[in-house]
Write a protein that binds this ligand. Structure first.
Ligand code: HEC
Length: 174
């Protein structure tokens, strides 16, 4: 019994030291804010859409994350960096203009799907950022906007430029 208590003490001590030690390691923050290839350089971005993206999506889908104080505490920072990297890889509104046409088209489709099915913003995010949760009006605003861009693309580009030329089943760059 005594041995077990001693073990627990050592264990707690080692955990504490580990927790302190990881505080010195932080991933690079997503704060470049580079807008060279922003979506607004190629498509109309109404102010209400911009506002919604800013409060509900851009922390994970842009070149600029707003970091609340507690993200300075590890391992929260790693958890957050993971979401940001994964989110940006899938969709980055600040890099949108650099995507090939078929990818832009597909992203609009995915945005509508994710918003309709309440998949985005991620629940782990809205639990903390209550105001990021989309209400019905905001959802409709995003859906109308994405549909508008989709329609605009259909009339502007030849139909075959809207499909991935390689037609692979699951694409790395989708
Ligand atoms: C907390 C971070 C976070 C926020 C906020 C967030 N996303 Fe995401 N998003 C992710 C991550 C991580 C992925 C990739 C993994 C996945 O699909 O779940 C992703 C994937 C996506 C995808 C691609 C899905 C697919 O089919 O591959 C779309 C589209 C998307 N998000 C749209 C949005 C929109 C629109 C908003 C705002 C209304 C938003 N996201 C808010 C983290 C976030």
């Amino acid at each position: 019994m005594i041995k077990f208590k001693l073990f627990l003490k050592y264990f707690a001590f080692i955990m504490l030291v580990a927790l302190l030690a990881i505080q010195f390691f932080h991933p690079t923050k997503n704060e470049s804010g580079d807008l060279t290839n922003d979506i607004s350089t190629v498509y109309t971005m109404p102010v209400d859409v911009q506002e919604i993206l800013k409060t509900s999506c851009n922390d994970c889908h842009s070149n600029k994350t707003i970091y609340p104080w507690y993200t300075n505490i590890q391992p929260v920072d790693w958890f957050m960096a993971d979401h940001v990297n994964e989110g940006k890889e899938e969709l980055n509104f600040n890099e949108f203009a650099s995507y090939r046409i078929y990818r832009q088209f597909k992203k609009m489709d995915e945005i509508m799907k994710e918003v309709k099915e309440n998949e985005m913003p991620l629940t782990s995010y809205t639990l903390i950022h209550g105001n990021a949760k989309l209400n019905e009006t905001q959802k409709q605003t995003i859906l109308n906007w994405a549909q508008g861009i989709s329609d605009e693309m259909k009339s502007k580009y030849p139909a075959d430029s809207l499909v991935n030329p390689k037609k692979r089943v699951k694409k790395d760059d989708d």
